[in-house]
Design a protein around this ligand. Structure first.
Ligand code: SF4
Ligand code: SF4
Length: 738
């Protein structure tokens, strides 16, 4: 596209008072030969926007460069259509609100921001959205339990075709076992009727929903809007094309026979909560040992949960389930004695009212760690525990029945460790300890493995703070208890959320746009394959499994799986992966556009490569709060620190820039990286930077990685000024002036 640039500087919000705006206009005109350079006192107001629109119409401007507020605000105001390139230069939050007005260094900072913005815009091309034949907007739901049926119903109600696959001959999943649900309506004191029948009827009567019971997904190839799914049902294979997938395969109760001290399997009258539901549902409540009525029952909560030897996590719903089952016993016999042995009662929200009601009903709550369940010698059972606070031993009265509130294990946590196929390696190969498990649920035809990766307890969640419902496979949304331990009510909410995410996915993808977190981005990585060395770095490092490989290890990108993070671009040693609006060369040229004064001026320069997800907004927030930091910093936003190509460090240092800070998200188990492992990869790459620094005879302290979350904005002055002080100790970069 031949560019006709219009350059606009806003003098509102304090910019005009702090900066010499005319000098910025002159710079654009003289250094970058931009013929159309204008300023306005309030560009975001109607008059300012009309000024730009008029230049688009009358002057043929197709590339609009706006030097004003942060690109994180007013993006809707400065949207001039998909065929226009718009570049925003942040003069407000990151220049005038965070540096002294009228200062020479503040002006120099603004000028460099303009240089970088105009350099960038020269290299940007409007992206061509990815389109393919026969894109589908149907939604596959795997699992026909409460969450799966809810997701299917909601997606269908919103007008989308649904393919529902359930492995059992009947719909319902665990709900088929359940007698009643915990109270969900005021006054929150009585369990609810099981909604199974109504839900199944709704699903069966909706002709937008195709149901495959006794079905299994045997293969899923492709990506969002292009998923080719094979379903096996009663010996026949069915093919479906779908746009997005909701995974709602639920959990399996923890194996109670592993809790040897609690007597399961040893005493017939030690049962699980699943068995109690079955008893009440069948209307056949009795002691399994002798068929006698139950006159006393003890529930043991956290049976195996919150226990490092079994399930280290809280299964979230067992406390309320136990309270609900206690109420069942009280309902059929108000004189029944009920003990609840607990570590904590986690009855949150309105369940607290239910808990209070049961306290009044005369349940005995005992806060203690249960150590054993034993036969009392006459057919009853005795529970021994240790008081939670005093550690004193406690022994219960003899009871007829002991109920273990065992926790939940996600269905995705069962399976064999998966080893990625390695070209040229055959026979026995060591399986890494952190290998993902093949649970044989989705059978994805992905280079990075056939199931969606999970967090450490096997739940296939993704970003635990920002993106519930996401997984690490684009277009696949876990819902309900398979995603995280949860109760029925939350599973219903979760299923609605996942259905909406799936709808968002098919709508965006069908327009060639990225899904979360770069929703709407139409660029995608393009590979200059003539120079590919088949090193496999891109296929291995893509956090979303977007790139498959052919038998010769050539990358085979799947554009609709791509989240546009640029991690592959940062990984490629040949630098042959780029986006139309983001490339190694583009950022390299922005770095080269920074004006680096010579060493005698005592004006060091610090390059800040800031992840645009948390670090860049944190810098904006620092400006918003008028926190001040040194004016030597030059900030370039990156899609993700994982997109950082090591060549930028060499570019910056050889240009004479004195120090570089990579500002990104936390990595590790409680990572906050929006692209999962981008910041971790940047750290790994940075560990190799020492070699470059040694080659350039430079101190390794000149390059630093800092982890910040959006809430860490107040730390930024200390981080940036502390770094400047360290650089002052090191002295100027010896490459300055070359
Ligand atoms: S690394 Fe990121 S940009 Fe590259 S293919 Fe994967 S998702 Fe897309
Ligand atoms: S990282 Fe670059 S060179 Fe290596 S396989 Fe991917 S595209 Fe080819």
């Amino acid at each position: 596209m031949e560019k006709k640039i219009g350059f606009y500087v806003c003098s509102g919000c304090g910019i005009g008072e702090a900066l010499d705006v005319n000098a910025l206009l002159d710079l654009a005109n003289s250094e970058f030969q931009v013929p159309l350079c204008r300023s306005h006192e309030c560009l975001c107001q109607t008059e300012g926007v009309d000024l730009i629109k008029s230049d688009i119409e009358k002057e043929g401007v197709n590339t609009v460069v706006i030097a004003a507020c942060s690109p994180r605000v007013m993006y809707d105001v400065f949207d001039f259509g998909l065929d226009k390139v718009v570049e925003r230069i942040n003069l407000r939050e990151q220049v005038v609100w965070s540096h002294p007005a009228g200062d020479e260094d503040t002006q120099m900072l603004a000028e460099d921001q303009v240089r970088m913005g105009l350099t960038k815009v020269k290299e940007i091309e409007p992206p061509d959205p990815f389109q393919a034949e026969e894109m589908s907007k149907d939604i596959l739901v795997v699992g026909g339990g409460l969450a799966g049926m809810t997701a299917a119903r909601e997606a269908a109600r919103a007008g989308y075709g649904v393919v529902l696959v359930e492995k059992e001959p009947e719909l319902g999943g665990y709900l088929r076992t359940v007698y009643k649900l915990p109270p969900e309506n005021p006054p929150y004191e009585t369990p609810e009727e099981n909604p199974l029948e109504k839900l199944v009827k709704e699903i069966r009567e909706d002709n937008r929903i195709k149901i495959y019971t006794s079905g299994r997904v045997t293969s899923i190839a492709g990506g969002p809007c292009l998923f080719d799914v094979k379903i096996s049902q009663n010996g026949t294979e069915i093919a479906e094309r779908v746009g997005a997938i909701v995974l709602a395969t639920g959990v399996i109760p923890y194996d109670a026979s592993k809790l040897e001290n609690l007597g399961y399997g040893k005493y017939a009258d030690v049962v699980t909560m699943v068995q109690v539901e079955e008893m009440f549902k069948a209307g056949d409540v009795k002691r399994p040992s002798n068929g006698a009525p139950v006159s006393s029952v003890a529930f043991i909560l956290c049976a195996g949960s919150r226990d490092p030897e079994h399930l280290p996590y809280c299964s979230s719903s067992c406390c309320v389930e136990a309270l609900k089952q206690a109420s069942y016993f009280k309902e059929i016999n108000p004189d029944v004695t009920v003990y609840i042995f607990y570590k904590d009662i986690r009855a949150v929200g309105n369940y607290e009212l239910f808990y209070k009601k049961l306290q009044k009903d005369g349940l005995f709550f005992v806060r203690g760690n249960v150590t054993s369940v034993d036969d009392d010698g006459s057919g009853g059972l005795i529970i021994s525990a240790e008081d939670f606070l005093t550690q004193a031993p406690i022994t219960s009265e003899s009871v007829d029945l002991v109920v273990l509130a065992t926790g939940m294990v996600p269905t995705t946590a069962f399976g064999e460790p998966y080893r990625q196929p390695q070209a040229g390696q055959e026979g026995e190969v060591e399986i890494p300890a952190d290998a993902i498990l093949v649970s044989n649920i989705l059978n994805l035809q992905y280079r990075q493995g056939p199931e969606i990766p999970a967090l450490k307890y096997g739940f296939p969640d993704s970003h635990f703070i920002c993106f519930p419902y996401e997984s690490r496979r684009t277009g696949i949304y876990p819902a309900g208890s398979v995603r995280a331990p949860m109760d029925y009510a939350r599973a219903v909410d979760d299923a609605v959320g996942a259905a909406l995410k799936a709808i968002q996915c098919v709508e965006l993808t069908s327009k060639g746009m990225a899904v979360h977190p770069r929703a709407g981005d139409m660029s995608y990585p393009q590979f200059f394959m003539q120079r590919c060395t088949q090193c496999k770095r891109c296929t291995e490092e893509c956090p979303f499994g977007a790139i498959n490989e052919d038998e010769k290890a050539n990358p085979l990108p799947n554009p609709t799986r791509c989240r546009r993070c640029g991690v592959c671009m940062g990984a490629c040693p040949e630098r042959i992966i780029s986006f139309k609006n983001y490339s190694v060369g583009m950022i390299g040229n922005m770095i080269k556009a920074i004006n680096v004064p010579d060493e005698y001026e005592e004006k060091p320069r610090i390059l800040v490569l800031a992840c645009e997800n948390d670090a860049y907004p944190a810098l904006d927030m620092a400006g918003l709060r008028r926190l001040q930091y040194n004016a030597w910093v030059r900030i370039i936003p990156l899609r993700c620190l994982g997109s950082m190509n090591i060549v930028w460090i060499a570019d910056a240092l050889s240009k004479g820039i004195d120090g570089i800070i990579l500002l990104g998200c936390r990595h590790g188990d409680d990572y906050q990286c929006h692209f999962i492992k981008g910041s971790e990869l940047a750290n790994i790459r940075m560990s190799k930077i020492k070699e470059t620094l040694d080659r350039l005879a430079l101190e390794s302290d000149r390059v630093r990685v800092e982890e910040v979350s959006i809430a860490d904005y107040y730390k930024l002055p200390q981080i940036l000024d502390g770094f400047a002080e360290r650089l002052a100790e090191l002295g100027p970069n010896p490459y300055k002036g070359f």
